[in-house]
Design a protein around this ligand. Structure first.
Ligand code: CA
Length: 226
């Protein structure tokens, strides 16, 4: 999942990026409207977080150009507007302009994260299949055949983060922050959870691979050829 964050306020932008990366998303940032517009015309994203008061090109213009483009790239891209223009008229203009949701500044990061999850859920299939595992995003449950996996809350949060980035490395510090551990004990804690997850996924034809010094990645096991 790749998210473009178009926000010119450096402090807010880094807060948003950090919240998104911690939740396991890939991010790209645009510091002004023109840059956002260029990125939207050339790269694919799963969500756009768009400030309205941007230098060089107003957020509403970025949105209008995005929705008006005839190419397939980023068609139907969900857009979450962030703006200090919290008035009802501004909200209506944003939503009429093709935004999917609107968050008035100031807001709390947990609410921002929840809105992001909700928007991404809409555009995502409910079910992810990897190896023999079937992961249901809405109920946050995994199945192996008919058997429902029994995972703790922390195990669920960690496996979801790995699944969102299946095939790519998730850093240990990101995983650690998800379970609220920081500092020296982090490595061990994450290790312990990964060990438990591996055990629970034993018959799933999935491996959780430890990439030394970098982090973990989850992937389907290669079929063994005789
Ligand atoms: Ca701004």
């Amino acid at each position: 999942m790749r998210i473009l964050v178009a926000e010119d306020d450096a402090t807010l932008r880094s807060g948003l990026i950090q919240a998104l990366e911690t939740a396991g998303y890939d991010t790209l940032e645009a510091l002004d409207g023109a840059h956002a517009d260029t990125l939207l015309a050339t790269e694919t994203f799963d969500l756009l977080v768009l400030d309205l008061g941007l230098p060089q090109m107003d957020g509403l213009d970025v949105l209008a150009r995005l929705r008006g483009r005839s190419e397939l790239i980023n068609r139907g891209l969900p857009v979450l507007i962030l703006s200090a223009r919290g008035s009802m008229e501004a909200r209506v203009r944003g939503l009429d302009g093709g935004a999917d949701d609107y968050l008035a500044k100031p807001f709390d990061l947990p609410e921002f994260a929840a809105r992001v999850r909700a928007l991404l859920r809409r555009g995502r299939p409910d079910l992810l299949k990897l190896g023999l595992l079937q992961w249901q995003w809405d109920t946050r449950q995994g199945k192996l055949g008919d058997r429902t996996l029994s995972l703790s809350h922390h195990e669920t949060v960690l496996v979801e983060c790995l699944l969102r980035k299946a095939g790519r490395i998730v850093s240990k510090s990101i995983l650690a922050s998800l379970i609220g551990h920081e500092g020296v004990a982090v490595d061990n804690k994450v290790e312990v959870y990964m060990h438990r997850l591996r055990k629970k996924l034993t018959s799933a034809d999935i491996e959780i691979h430890n990439v030394r010094g970098l982090g973990y990645l989850i992937r389907a096991m290669e079929p063994v050829r005789p």
